[in-house]
Design a protein around this ligand. Structure first.
Ligand SMILES: Nc1ncnc2c1ncn2[C@@H]1O[C@H](COP(=O)(O)OP(=O)(O)OP(=O)(O)O)[C@@H](O)[C@H]1O
Ligand code: SF4
Length: 311
């Protein structure tokens, strides 16, 4: 069984598409890795796998070994720098061409999800984040059934549920919380994404949508609110073009100065359209969302430890 050496499995769920589930998964993975943990990301969004693009590895192909499929390495980690390894598996790596459509009926999707859970060789991994499609579809049921059967309660830590602030999103995301309650999956907490907009000129955060819907929903369901994540165009730019985020002098986020140090040059990758997966962790450290996720990650780790004590 490929998950035996995985310590903690965390599902990333949302009832609604486009709320930033894959972005939250990506940032949680980068943040956990920056905190020194070895991290795996399993993308089971079979019809729209966006995780490979987010890690700039969409042209990679996985290899089959006697121990199973080998996930793609984003980086190997650096013990001296206190950074953990980061590896990714997605259906995107098995498709003949980038962007190929996957038109499968339920049973085939169910079988693929099972295969992803049993046939990927993760090796020793502290956190396996599973990015799921929106809703509560065949993939979710297959995922939860297999995990409840094949992993221990200590391994299956629980779910991080992602929403946006508006009522139209929270209404759908509530269905996901009900799904967790019915299937017995613990909810580690709720993240409100796209909560305000970070201006690229002055780094001021403006709440262009409503705010607070995620917290209200978390309170209604008596689960932890993990935090609000603003829209930062620099994060999007980093993902799309590989450019290193840059903020005006004096930009403070969560007490951390995000502006480039005095005299710093932009480096060879600044302005470059070439995305380099190995540099993603380093670049992410200079993104305004990194300190936000540091706090969220610390809360997720605490919630996982509490779940461990309770199980
Ligand atoms: N906080 C953010 N700041 C800037 N851009 C963001 C943020 N969150 C998400 N995005 C961008 O919004 C788009 C949709 O996000 P993402 O793909 O993560 O959503 P999703 O919920 O996983 O979508 P799907 O339902 O299709 O799987 C992406 O281009 C992503 O980079
Ligand atoms: S936040 Fe400040 S710099 Fe940005 S658009 Fe508004 S006024 Fe201009």
């Amino acid at each position: 069984m490929s998950l035996t050496q995985v310590k903690h499995i965390v599902l990333v769920l949302s009832g609604k598409g486009g709320v930033g589930k894959s972005s939250v998964t990506t940032q949680l993975a980068l943040s956990l890795s920056l905190a020194g943990h070895s991290v795996g990301v399993l993308d089971i969004d079979l019809t729209g796998p966006s995780i490979p693009r987010m890690f700039a590895i969409e042209d990679e192909k996985v290899t089959q070994t006697p121990g199973g499929w080998l996930p793609i390495t984003v980086h190997n980690g650096d013990a001296a720098a206190g950074i953990g390894s980061l590896r990714v598996m997605s259906l995107g790596f098995l498709l003949p061409r980038r962007g190929d459509a996957v038109v499968w009926r339920g049973p085939k999707k169910t079988a693929m999800v099972r295969q992803f859970l049993t046939d990927v060789f993760w090796g020793e991994t502290d956190y396996l984040l599973i990015d799921t499609p929106p809703g509560t579809s065949d993939e979710h049921i297959s995922l939860v059934e297999t995990l409840l059967k094949d992993t221990t309660p200590e391994q299956l830590a629980g779910a991080v549920v992602v929403t946006t602030p508006q009522a139209v999103a929270t209404a759908d995301v509530k269905k996901e919380l009900n799904f967790c309650a019915k299937t017995g999956v613990r909810v580690l907490g709720v993240v409100e994404n796209m909560s305000g907009f970070v201006c690229p000129n002055c780094s001021e955060c403006t709440h262009i949508f409503m705010k607070g819907g995620g917290r209200v929903m978390a309170d209604d369901f008596d689960v932890k609110f993990l935090g609000s994540v603003p829209i930062d165009p620099q994060f999007l730019m980093m993902i799309e073009t590989g450019r290193r985020p840059r903020y005006p002098a004096g930009t403070l986020v969560n007490g951390e100065d995000m502006s480039a140090p005095a005299g710093a040059t932009d480096g060879p990758d600044a302005g470059s359209e070439v995305r380099e997966p190995g540099l993603l962790v380093e670049k992410y450290q200079s993104c305004s969302l990194a300190p936000v996720f540091k706090t969220i990650t610390a809360d997720v780790i605490t919630a996982v430890q509490q779940a461990l004590t309770a199980s």
